[in-house]
Design a protein around this ligand. Sequence first.
Ligand code: GLY
Ligand code: MN
Ligand code: MN
Length: 476
Amino acid sequence: MTFCALHQRGLGGRRQQQAAGMLNTLLRPTMDHAVQQPISGAASALYPNHLSTLMQRTEEALRRVGKRHLLIPSGVTKYQFLDDRPYPFQVNPHFKAWLPLTEHADCWLVITPGQKPHLIYLLADDFWHLPPQAPEGYWVAHWQVSLIRTPDEARALLPPTADCSIVGDADAALADYLPDNAPALLDYLHYHRAYKTAYELSLLRAASTRAVRGHRAAEASFRSGGSELDIHRAYLAATGHNDLDLPYTNIVCLNEHCATLHYQYQSPVKPETSRSMLIDAGASVAGYAADITRTFSNEDALFSALIRGVDEAQRALVDRVREGVDYRDLHVECHHRLADVLIDFGILKGTAEAAVTEGISAAFFPHGLGHLLGLQVHDVAGFAASDQGGRIERPEGHPFLRLTRTLSAGMVMTIEPGIYFIESLLAPLRSRLPEERINWSLIEHLKPFGGIRIEDDVVCTGSMPENLTRDAFAAA
Ligand code: GLY
Ligand code: MN
Ligand code: MN
């Protein structure tokens, strides 16, 4: 680590003293601030290889656009209209791919093949807010670090723009260093980001472990009659997250609310009866996400059995996460499996084939089987045909599928089938389907339970899939 900026910019003696003090902190483990837990030793041992993989990918991506440097601004704090209140800061995912910093606005990475990567780190004098702490942890020794006091000071440390490709949000940088987000560079980096390094897998495992702590607490709160807000709070307490740390807004539904796919309110009212709970809630570790859904029933034998039916189909689909499998085929297979469940329960009559081709299964399972997962909960490049661009379209009649690639080792995705009783989707079936094809009285019985989704995070490997979620539940 070098504090070149301190010397180049002639910062005062106090800052230099601070810098010397910082050196003493470098041997401390990197903390995940929300729970003040050290990020696992496994991740820190795997970090150097992760860095060299990113460096190789970047070298090739830069070659494709004829540039020498990749610049990555972390992003800026954005303010609400006519107000001095900031929106929650969301770091540029390209930034957190390189190092476990998620709360740091106005920083830059300068990546130059053949050179130590360079972090330009804002350490502002700010008595209004808690400024970021001096950089510390397992990753620091691999970086050249320059400290700046104001965002503008980065300019003097950045290479000339003509030599750079800049990746970031349109307004996330200095006015004379606007991101170009070169398509050929992004196509390459995004395509390969689907293949996780061993370091990334260790962080995704840790994220699942953390989310599972929350899911167990949420189930206990549901069983004891908690409101949606009580359940959400129990989840947060058990994960050590606050709302802003979550990789997406928790979906916590009771009873009929389970039929709203992305139900976003957490009612504070305790229900008279807690018939069912659907909770889709994640966790973050070092910027990597878990995305897990579980559904529970408190009482009804039929709905409980239906949960088991979806669970069985879900496990079978997880088992199909193998190299060479086209995820589009897996999604269509999911429709067949869920149609079989609906037929087994007497909700539908006829064949699964007919239910799928006539679009009947889609009235009960309207969303996609899943998506890539990593630095973003819906990770990039789910449709990428190659690292040179191109798009693999969704199969006809499946407008919400978010992943169409063929699976190979290192990809991490969700497998999240569901069966829901959503009146606006069922209504067209009422006129379209003859009485003998569908059992409306069973559906009326099940509607107060809303619906079912079961979602695991799964790694495609060279052999058996690794189920991050079920492994974490088993270990809990
Ligand atoms: N939690 C959002 C999703 O499952 O895709
Ligand atoms: Mn998901
Ligand atoms: Mn989810």
